[in-house]
Design a protein around this ligand. Structure first.
Ligand SMILES: [Zn+2]
Length: 230
């Protein structure tokens, strides 16, 4: 009798799973075709990404930062990044997972992960900060703590339509060190930090942040993004 009940339980579970897969099939977030994992990229979409090599971004005359990106800003990755403009955080979770997997081996010596801060008004409007979602995913995978020593003090317009020169002007002095970071300056001395965001375009945002981070005593700044345009 006991065996029969167990068999019934297993059969019901299997039927329920089959019905759930039929009604709610796991679809790729990029192409909406059937995928092994729900809300992730399928193999075809992953293979369609255009890889880019890392590059050195000049910060000052003597300092630079290496920018690591999963892919060039086009196709599926562009689509995922743009989801944030429609207040949909799902894209950022997928990007975070992708970045955490791809850069796992080169981030083992990083001391802090630093998400690019949003101005509080934009964060309130959007409901989330995509860089924070990515940072949390990477932090869990890499076992590296998140630190937020910077705050965005200037509200900037949408940067996508601005030229490289205009971006630099708009972004100058738009970040500041928090009073906590200034009080705990010694925690950052000689550390390696990774700035994370979804997209790097002209590099102006990262440059502004890096100048402040180097002033805290940081030894090396790395930049990890899902995509870059340059
Ligand atoms: Zn797909």
């Amino acid at each position: 009798m006991h065996k029969f009940i167990n068999l019934m339980r297993i059969t019901i579970k299997k039927i329920a799973k089959a019905i759930s897969l039929f009604l709610f099939p796991p679809l790729c977030i990029g192409c909406r075709h059937y995928s092994e994992k729900r809300n992730q990229l399928c193999t075809n979409c992953k293979n369609s990404l255009e890889p880019v090599v890392s590059h050195e971004l000049s910060i000052t005359n003597t300092r630079s930062a290496t920018v690591y990106a999963c892919a060039r800003y086009s196709g599926i990755i562009q689509k995922l990044i743009r989801l944030k403009n429609y207040k949909q955080p799902q894209g950022s979770y997928v990007l975070g997972t992708m970045m955490a997997e791809q850069f796992h081996t080169i981030m083992h010596d990083v001391d802090y992960i630093i998400p690019v801060p949003l101005h509080w008004t934009r964060r309130l409007w959007r409901g989330f900060n995509q860089a924070e979602i990515i940072a949390h995913t990477c932090s869990l995978q890499w076992h590296i703590p998140i630190s937020c020593p910077l705050v965005r003090i200037k509200k900037t317009p949408q940067l996508t339509k601005l030229s490289k020169k205009d971006r630099a002007v708009v972004l100058s002095n738009c970040f500041a060190l928090t009073s906590k970071a200034l009080r705990e300056k010694k925690c950052y001395k000689n550390t390696t930090v990774a700035i994370v965001d979804d997209l790097c375009t002209s590099g102006a945002t990262v440059r502004e942040m890096s100048i402040l981070l180097y002033s805290l005593g940081v030894k090396e700044v790395r930049v990890i993004v899902a995509a870059r345009t340059c």
